[in-house]
Design a protein around this ligand. Sequence first.
Ligand code: HEM
Ligand code: FES
Length: 424
Amino acid sequence: MFDLFFFGVLPYLALALCLVVGILRFTVKRFSYSSLSSQFLEHRTLFWASLPWHLGIFAVLLGHFAVFLFPGFFRALLADHRILLAFEATGLIAAFISLIGLALFTVRRVFSGRIQSVTTTMDLAVLVLLLLQVGLGILTATLQRWGSLWATGVLAPYFDSLFRLQPDLALVKDLPFIIKAHAVLAFVIVGLIPFSRLIHMVSLPFTYIPRRLQIVIWNFRRRKDLVERAALEDESRRQFLRGATGVGIGAVLIGVGTLDKVVPFFKGPDLTKEEREELLSLKVKKLKATAEQKALELERMQSETLFVANLKDLKRDSGTYFIDYQMSPGLAFLDAAGLPLLYSAKCPHLGCTVNNKAEGGLVVCPCHVSHFRVADGGRVDGPTPTGLRTIPHLLKDAKGALVTAPEAARLGEYQVFIAKGERS
Ligand code: HEM
Ligand code: FES
C-alpha cells in the first residue's frame, strides 16, 4: 500500500504539480521565475556557498540522469572495477562539495540578520530537505555500494516503467529504507519546485550571452513610474485570472476524462450473474491450489531429508535449482572431484535468485550484477556484502542408504539430499 502511493502515485503527482503550477506561475508571475537573489544584501558567503553547491549538485545529477537514461551503456562501462571506483568516487566528492555549499547557504540564512529578513519558511524548508536529500544520497552511495551499477538493473527499469505509465512496483519493493527515502524525497522536492526559489533552475539566463550590454541609470520620473506600475499590476491580475481559468478548465477536463477509470476502481466492476459465478469458481480454485501447496510444504517439513538431484545429473557449468526447507531456492553444482556443491540461490544483497549458468567459474545475480565463485560461493564483486551461503548435503546410494565415504567408481548411482536440521 505504501509502495503503491510513494512509488506508483507520488511520482506522477509531483510531476503534475511541478508542471501545472510551474506553467501557471510562468503565465501570471513571469518575473518571479528567479532565485530572488539576495546578493545585494550579502555577497561574500553567497559566492562561497553558491559555487560549490551548484558545481557539486550539477555533477551529481548529471551522473543520476546518465545512469537512468543509458543503463545498458553504463552497465558495460562500469563492469570494469577501476572505472566503477572512479565513477563512484567522483560522485561522492561532488556530493561532499555540494554539501559544503548547502551548509554555507544554511548558515547564511540563519545567522545573517539582513538575510533573515528576506527568508521565508519555504526557503528554510527547501534547505532542510536538500540537506536531508544529499545526506541520504551519501548514505545510499556508501551503505548500498556500487549504486551506479545496480541502479542500471533496478532504478533505470523502474523509471522506464513510470514513463510507460505502468509503474513496476516489484522492482522497488525490496529496496532498503534509505534508498526508498532518498527516492521519495526526490519526488517531494520535484513537487516543491514551483512553490520555491528552486524554480530558477528552469530559467537559466542563456539569453544574457548574446544580449547587448545594458546600462541601468536612475530615473526621477517617479509619478509616471507609479502610474505605469499600477497599470502593470492591473495587467498581471488579469493575466492571473486568465491563467487560473485555463488551468481550472484543464483540470476539470482531465478529471472528467479519468472519472470512468477512477469510479470503477473504488466501486468495483459491474458484473453479470455468469461473471460473478466464474469469479467465484476462480477464487475456489485458487484457494484449493493454496491448500495443496500448504499440504506439500507440510509434507516437506515433516520429511527428514529432501531430494535435490541425482549426482550424475549435476554439472560444473550449469547449476540445478532446488527448493530448500524454507521454500527458498538453492543451486547444486558439481565440483572438480565429481561431488556436489550446494548453495542458497538467494543473493545476500537484496534477495534475488542468482542465475544458474556459470561462466568462467562465476555465477551472477541478475538484479544488481553481483558475481560469486562456483567453487566456494565466495563474493567476487558487485553490491553483495557476502558470498552465497553453503548448504551441507547428504549422499544416498541406490538402496537409500546413507553414504559416508563416497567411492569414485560408484558416484553415478548416488543421490543428493539436504537434511532437515541444517539451516538452509
Ligand atoms: C532531488 C534529487 C536528488 C538529489 C539532490 C540527489 C542527491 C544524491 C547525492 C548527493 C548522492 C551521493 C553522490 C553520488 O553517489 O552520486 C546520491 C546518490 C544516489 N542517488 Fe540520488 N539524488 C536525487 C534523486 C535521486 C533519485 C530520484 C534516485 C532514484 C530513485 C536516486 C538514487 C540514488 C542512488 C542509487 C545513489 C547512489 C549512487 C552511487 O552509489 O553511486 N537519487 N544522490
Ligand atoms: S539482489 Fe542485488 S546483487 Fe543480488
